[in-house]
Design a binder for this molecule. Structure first.
Ligand SMILES: Nc1ncnc2c1ncn2[C@@H]1O[C@H](COP(=O)(O)OP(=O)(O)OP(=O)(O)O)[C@@H](O)[C@H]1O
Length: 258
């Protein structure tokens, strides 16, 4: 479980995060949802320690992270896997070398054990025969899969995904979402996904935090998001025609039951 308390961040005179608190649960896919520029990525970076909040704290499974001693922060960082928007694979390395990379950096693991772990992770994401391929030979969806394999390779406890669906067709996006959710549940990790994709909300939103202009306006699950009474959230959701239709069906069904 990750807890954040009263996170503030300002760049120059622009307040980007304005006192955000909340809990991200273990074994669940926790979404940070909001329109472009609302501070989702900055909040994610504050949580992983890539950006220092001006005020506020982050706690990983009860261990205080922000401003703690370097060795404690490093210990927590070792348990974090990251999947970046662009997949961020090393273009000059094969798939196998990309997934091996964090194992070489972080773990004192014998070579054959490292290789077993790489093969295990590639198999888990459905890429068992791609070891020797170069990133340039892969489709967007395959690159995301390699990114996921690399993120989970060091046996992560926390998984952070920044817009994992960007640039993917809807069917591939669905598969990547499904894979993230499956892995989260299978290994009981705490996953945070930054997204503005309503499909992801409906497919994998176990817990959703909606941000607007640096503030948390709503928190809930995919089961109650269509019933929110927060105007800014409704504006965001029902900009999507399918969501408007879903709401209409729900209202008609409720009407017919009364
Ligand atoms: N290092 C930085 N220096 C100055 N401003 C920044 C920096 N990082 C982010 N910002 C600003 O903070 C605001 C929030 O950015 P952020 O990337 O968190 O938005 P977002 O909600 O993730 O949007 P998107 O969905 O488009 O990625 C933006 O106005 C952005 O320009």
């Amino acid at each position: 479980m990750i807890e954040i308390h009263n996170i503030h961040k300002t760049f120059g005179d622009k307040k980007v995060l304005d006192g955000i608190s909340g809990v991200f649960e273990t074994g669940k896919t926790n979404l940070l949802l909001g329109a472009s520029g609302t501070g989702k990525s900055v909040l994610l970076k504050c949580i992983v320690g890539l950006v220092k909040p001006d005020l506020g704290s982050v706690t990983f499974d009860g261990t205080y992270f922000t401003n703690n001693k370097l060795d404690i922060r490093q210990e927590i960082r070792r348990k974090i896997g990251m999947l970046f928007q662009s997949s961020a694979l090393f273009d000059s390395m094969t798939v196998e070398e990309n997934v091996m990379f964090p194992l070489k950096m972080l773990a004192k693991m014998p070579k054959d054990e490292r290789m077993d772990r790489v093969n295990f992770c590639l198999k888990r994401v459905g890429l068992e025969n791609a070891n020797k391929k170069m990133p340039s030979e892969l489709s967007g969806g395959m690159k995301k899969r390699v990114g996921i394999a690399r993120a989970i390779a060091p046996d992560c406890t926390y998984l952070f995904c920044d817009e994992p669906n960007s640039g993917l067709d809807p069917l591939t996006a669905l598969k990547i979402d499904g894979l993230i959710k499956e892995i989260t549940e299978e290994y009981n990790i705490t996953t945070i996904v930054v997204t503005h994709d309503m499909n992801s909300v409906i497919e994998i939103g176990d817990k959703i935090m909606f941000l607007y202009e640096g503030k948390k306006l709503w928190e809930g699950t995919r089961d109650n998001i269509l019933d929110s009474d927060v105007p800014k959230l409704n504006e965001f959701i029902f900009a999507n025609r399918l969501m408007r239709d879903a709401k209409k069906v729900e209202e008609e069904e409720n009407g017919s039951h009364q």
